[in-house]
Design a protein around this ligand. Structure first.
Ligand code: ZN
Length: 698
C-alpha cells in the first residue's frame, strides 16, 4: 500500500548544509563581493539580492579543495546567468538532464528489483545484490565534484519554508520550479556522517525485525492458551493487528486483547524478559511477567534498555551531523523540510483533535457498541470499518471472473477512470503510462521519474484471478499511479512534479479505494458507510496523534539532554507517554499512567515518521469532503497538476482551505448521531426478528 520514492528523496528534502558553518567558511566575504562586482561588470541584470543569496549559498559549500578564492570568483563570473532569458534556458536544460539522470536510474532500480517484486520472475540469490545496488548512491558527491551543484546553487538558491509560505502564493509556477530546483543541493554531508546515520538506522531496523513474540507460549491468567505454536507476531504491528482482529471474537476477544496489551506495555517499559523475545523455550504470563519451563518458574533477565539504546544511537548519529546544517536540529529538518509544516503547526492540529469534545462522544458510542466500559486498548477499536453487506466469497468470485490476470485488470483501467468522470481520451492517456504486474508482496505503486516511462502498479493476483482484497489494493495503488502520471506530465516543469508530501498521494489512493465497490457496480446505497468511515478516521487520528506527540516530545527531550544514557532515556520516554496519556486519554479510559503510546516501532526505527500518518488522514479527509457530489476526474486532473507546492498553498488552491481539523471534527459530530441511530435501528430489527421466531416456534 506504499508508494515508492526513489532513494534520492532524502537528498531532495534535506536542508541547507554548511560546509563548516557561515562563520568559518573557506570563502571570505571579500571574495563574495569581488565575485558580485565581476558578475555585475559582465552586464548581469538579475536582482542584486538574488546574486547575493546565490553567491553566499555557493560560498558556504566551497572548500579549498574546490579551488582558491580567485578560482571561486572566476567560476561564479563564468557561470552566473546574465539575464532572465539565459536563466530560463539553463533551467530548461537542467530539467531535461536531471529528468534523464533520475528517470533512467529509477528505471534501472525498478528492473533490478523485478525478481523480488513481481510474481513469476525467478528470484536468484544474486538478485539480492542487484536489488541493493543504487546507481545514484554518490549522486550528491558527484554533482559537487563536477561543480554542477555550484551552478545550480548560485543561479537557483534555496528558500526557507517561511519564505515559501510567505511568498509562495505570488510566485508563478515557473518561479516555483526555480525554488524547487533550489531544494536539490542543500547538503554536502561528509560521507562518514551519512554512514553513521545509516548504520544506526540499520541496527534499529534489525532489532525490530527480529522482535517476534511466539504467541503459542503466551498464557492467560486463567491458564488458557489462545494461539497455536506457529503464531509469531512482530512488535508492534503484528501484535496491534492481532489485537484489532480480536474485536470480531465475541467469546475470548477481550481476554486476548488484554494479554496483547500487557505484552506491548512490557516491551515499551522494558520489563519483558529477554528469554521470550523471538524464542519459544518459556511459557510466559504477560500480566505477572512470570516465565516457566516445565512448571518450574525461571527468573529471567529483563531486556534491559536495548530498545532505548537503539533510539539513543539514532539520536547521536543524527545529532552529530547537526553542525553542518543551518537549521538547528533534526526536528526542524524533518517537519519544515520534509513535511513542510512546522512542528508547532503539527502539534497544534494534533492537540485540536485530542482535546475536542468529539472524543468523548465517539468514546461513549464505542462503549455502547461493545457493551462494556472502555479499556485502554480500545484506542485500537476496529468496529467502524465500513463493511460491504455483500458476502466476501461473492465479491471474490466477481473480481476473479472479471480479472483473471494482470492483462485483464490493465485493460479495464481506462473504464475505471471513465466511471470516475475522466474523459475517454484522458483515461486512455493516463492508462497508457501505467503498467500492471502481479506482485510478490501486498502491492505497491512505483512512480516513474521521466516522461515516456511508465509507473508500476503491483497487486496480488492469484492462480484463479484477482480476489477482492487484491482488487481493493489494486484500486488503491491505481490512485497513486494516476497521481504519479498527472503530477509528472501536467505540471509546468520537471522540478514541480509530485505532491507536497506522502500524505497527499495517499489521499488520492484512498479516494480511489473508497469507491472500489461503486466501480464494480455494487455500490451500497447505505449512507451509513460514509459515517462509519468518518468515525474510523477520527478514532485513528485520536490514537496516532497521541503517538506523534510522544515521538516529538521524545526528540525534544533528547536534544535538551544530549548526554543522557539509555536508562535515563527509557525513564523519560515513559514519563512523556504517561503525561500525554494522562492529559488526553485518562479522562476517557479512566485509567492513569499508561505507557502504550510509546509502543510504536516507528519511534525506534524511523525517527519522527509517525506524524506523517495523521497529516495524511487530515489531507485525505479534506479532499474527500471537497469531492463529495463532484465529478472526481476533472477535479483530480486540476488538483494534481499543481505539483509540489507547500501543503497549505496546495490545499488552499485544491479545496479552498488550508490544512485543518475542522472538516473532520464537523463530520464526526454528525456521524456520531447517525451511527447511534443506525445502531438503535439494527437492535430494534434484531429484536423483532427474534420475537417473530419465538412466536413461530410456539
Ligand atoms: Zn498507498
Amino acid at each position: 500500500m506504499k508508494k515508492f520514492y526513489l532513494i534520492l528523496t532524502v537528498l531532495l528534502v534535506s536542508s541547507i548544509m554548511l560546509n563548516a558553518g557561515p562563520s568559518n567558511r573557506y570563502i571570505t566575504e571579500h571574495t563574495c563581493s569581488k565575485a558580485k562586482s565581476a558578475i555585475l561588470r559582465k552586464g548581469c541584470n538579475i536582482s542584486e539580492k538574488l546574486i547575493d543569496r546565490g553567491l553566499s549559498q555557493a560560498a558556504n559549500f566551497w572548500t579549498s579543495a574546490d579551488g582558491s578564492q580567485d578560482e571561486f570568483i572566476d567560476f561564479c563570473t563564468k557561470n552566473f546567468c546574465k539575464n532572465l532569458e539565459e536563466k530560463d534556458h539553463l533551467f530548461e536544460r537542467l530539467c531535461t538532464n536531471f529528468e534523464t539522470i533520475l528517470g533512467h536510474n529509477n528505471r534501472v532500480t525498478i528492473e533490478l528489483l523485478r525478481p523480488s517484486h513481481v510474481k513469476g520472475v525467478e528470484n536468484l540469490p544474486i538478485d539480492d545484490i542487484f536489488g541493493a545496488y543504487n546507481g545514484l548512491a554518490h549522486f550528491n558527491e558527484d554533482m559537487f565534484n563536477n561543480k554542477l551543484a555550484f551552478i545550480v546553487i548560485m543561479n537557483f538558491p534555496h528558500f526557507t519554508l517561511r519564505e515559501k509560505i510567505n511568498n509562495g502564493d505570488s510566485w508563478t509556477i515557473r518561479q516555483w520550479g526555480y525554488v524547487r530546483l533550489g531544494d536539490l543541493f542543500t547538503s554536502r554531508a561528509p560521507a562518514s556522517a551519512e554512514q553513521n546515520i545509516n548504520a544506526a538506522t540499520a541496527a534499529a531496523e534489525n532489532y525490530i525485525a527480529n522482535y517476534n513474540i511466539h504467541m503459542g507460549m503466551v498464557w492467560s491468567d486463567r491458564n488458557i492458551r489462545y494461539w497455536s505454536q506457529d503464531v509469531k507476531l512482530i512488535t508492534h504491528w503484528g501484535l496491534r493487528d492481532e489485537l484489532k482482529a480480536a474485536y470480531s471474537d465475541p467469546v475470548s476477544g477481550t481476554d486476548k486483547q488484554s494479554i496483547i496489551y500487557n505484552i506491548l506495555t512490557r516491551i515499551t517499559d522494558q520489563s519483558i524478559a529477554e528469554d521470550v523475545i523471538d524464542k519459544s523455550d518459556y511459557i510466559w504470563y504477560p500480566s505477572t511477567n512470570q516465565t516457566y519451563v516445565q512448571r518450574v518458574e525461571i527468573k529471567g533477565k529483563s531486556e534491559n534498555n536495548k530498545r532505548y539504546e537503539c533510539l539513543l544511537r539514532n539520536f547521536k548519529a543524527i545529532k552529530a551531523s547537526d553542525e553542518y546544517y543551518e537549521t538547528d536540529n533534526f526536528i526542524t529538518r524533518k517537519f519544515e523540510d520534509e513535511y513542510e509544516i512546522s512542528v508547532e503547526q503539527a502539534e497544534k492540529l494534533f492537540r485540536e483533535v485530542l482535546s475536542s469534545p468529539q472524543v468523548k462522544e465517539v468514546a461513549e458510542l464505542i462503549s455502547k457498541r461493545l457493551g462494556r466500559k472502555l479499556q485502554p486498548f480500545d484506542i485500537w477499536y476496529d468496529g467502524f470499518k465500513a463493511r460491504s453487506s455483500m458476502d466476501q466469497r461473492k465479491l471474490d468470485s466477481i473480481t476473479m471472473s472479471r480479472y483473471p490476470d494482470a492483462e485483464a485488470f490493465a485493460k479495464d483501467l481506462p473504464n475505471v477512470l471513465v466511471k470516475l468522470g475522466f474523459t475517454r481520451p484522458r483515461a486512455e492517456f493516463i492508462c497508457n503510462h501505467v503498467s500492471v504486474d502481479p506482485s510478490v508482496g501486498a502491492g505497491h505503486a512505483w512512480e516513474s521519474m521521466m516522461k515516456g516511462d511508465n509507473s508500476m502498479l503491483r497487486t496480488r493476483i492469484g492462480e484463479n484471478g484477482m480476489d477482492y482484497k487484491g482488487y481493493n489494493i489494486g484500486i488503491h495503488e491505481f490512485g497513486h499511479n494516476v497521481e504519479q502520471t498527472i503530477s509528472l506530465y501536467e505540471v509546468d516543469n520537471y522540478f514541480m512534479r509530485g505532491v507536497p508530501n506522502t500524505g497527499f498521494t495517499e489521499a488520492l489512493a484512498f479516494t480511489f479505494q473508497n469507491r472500489d465497490l461503486e466501480l464494480l457496480g455494487l455500490a451500497d446505497n447505505d449512507t451509513i458507510n460514509e459515517d462509519l468511515n468518518t468515525l474510523d478516521i477520527f478514532w485513528n487520528c485520536y490514537e496516532i496523534m497521541g503517538v506523534s506527540l510522544v515521538d516529538i516530545k521524545t526528540w525534544q527531550w533528547m536534544y535538551a539532554h544530549p548526554k543522557a544514557n539509555a536508562e535515563q532515556l527509557r525513564s523519560a520516554v515513559l514519563s512523556i507517554a504517561k503525561e500525554v496519556w494522562n492529559q488526553y486519554y485518562a479522562p476517557i479510559f479512566k485509567e492513569n499512567n499508561q505507557v502504550i503510546l510509546a509502543c510504536y516501532s516507528h519511534i525506534i526505527v524511523d525517527p519522527l515518521y509517525v506524524s506523517a500518518y495523521p497529516i495524511g488522514h487530515l489531507v485525505d479527509f479534506q479532499l474527500e469532503q471537497y469531492l463529495k457530489g463532484k465529478k472526481v476526474g476533472p477535479e483530480v486532473e486540476r488538483i494534481f497538476a499543481m505539483g509540489h507546492l507547500t501543503p497549505d498553498l496546495w490545499l488552499q488552491r485544491a479545496v479552498g482551505q488550508k490544512l485543518s481539523t475542522e472538516p473532520l471534527l464537523r463530520a464526526t459530530s454528525l456521524a456520531v448521531g447517525d451511527v447511534a441511530n443506525y445502531d438503535k435501528q439494527i437492535k430494534k430489527e434484531k429484536k423483532e426478528v427474534k420475537a417473530v421466531k419465538k412466536r413461530k416456534s410456539k
